[in-house]
Design a protein around this ligand. Structure first.
Ligand code: PEP
Length: 250
């Protein structure tokens, strides 16, 4: 397994008013003192992108969006384009998070178009995939994940602009996690699919695990082959917890 630099990305979801930026600043300050062995990113609500970029100053912490529209601009009330995220200082955007898929009816082809929009704007796309509890119970995990990967990743995906996040839906926000054996199996299958489709670029793409990652389980998850980092929800909202996870990547 060639070494790829890990990425720890925090997904704040619709949490964190302006006051929450103090948490991001604390992460930035801590990393200035002890740089992490991983890239670190925080994805706040779109309204906080600009203030967060300003607050982070010259820290190495990256900032990303949580979703984007496929168009550059236009009559799309309430939406934000990938170009707008880039203009606000984002370097990446999460696309196809399970909450977007389930609550906004996003299909693989929508996610793929959003990933293409991200690339067009010069952003990395963090493309989320993962099975529901029902699909897992029906032994459909590999089927679902490979279908989502095939449908959600654009042909132009490269190691430098595409990250895959494996997030079992039943593990998000529940405190439940798959066994390390299950994580290893799914990540190995994702890597195989990426290499089959993208060759060397697929070898270099980062595959994050997401779903109830905490300081307590980050180390064992990080040790799994083909786990190249974490997508962190709840535990990214408190600097101490997020830094505890980042510490697993020293
Ligand atoms: C997420 O929603 O991306 C996530 C991983 O959430 P949590 O860490 O809270 O399970």
């Amino acid at each position: 397994e060639p070494k790829v630099r890990a990425l720890v990305a925090g997904n704040w979801k619709m949490n964190g008013l302006r006051a929450g930026i103090a948490e991001a600043e604390a992460v930035g300050r801590a990393l200035n003192e002890t740089p992490a062995g991983a890239d670190v990113m925080i994805c706040p609500p779109a309204t906080l992108l600009g203030p967060m970029v300003a607050a982070l100053g010259d820290s190495t912490v990256h900032v990303g969006g949580q979703d984007c529209h496929v168009n550059v601009s236009g009559a799309f009330t309430g939406d934000v384009s990938a170009e707008m995220l880039a203009d606000a200082g984002a370097t990446a955007v999460i696309v196809g998070h399970s909450e977007r898929r389930s609550l906004h009816g996003e299909l693989d082809r929508d996610v793929r178009a959003k990933a293409e929009a991200a690339h067009r704007a010069g952003l990395s796309a963090i493309v989320c995939v993962g099975e529901t509890a029902g699909e897992r119970a029906a032994a459909l995990t590999q089927t679902v994940v490979s279908r989502q990967l095939a449908g959600s990743l654009p042909d132009g995906a490269r190691a430098a602009n595409t990250v895959v996040a494996y997030e079992p839906v039943w593990a998000i926000g529940t405190g439940l996690t798959p066994t390390v054996e299950d994580v290893a199996k799914v990540h190995a299958a994702i890597r195989k699919a990426l290499v089959a489709r993208f060759g060397a670029e697929g070898q270099g793409m980062r595959i994050l695990y997401g779903g109830s990652v905490k300081p307590q389980n980050a180390r064992e998850l990080m040790a799994v082959p083909d786990v190249n980092g974490a997508l962190v929800g709840g535990a990214s909202l408190k600097a101490a917890d997020f830094l505890g996870i980042i510490a697993a990547y020293q």
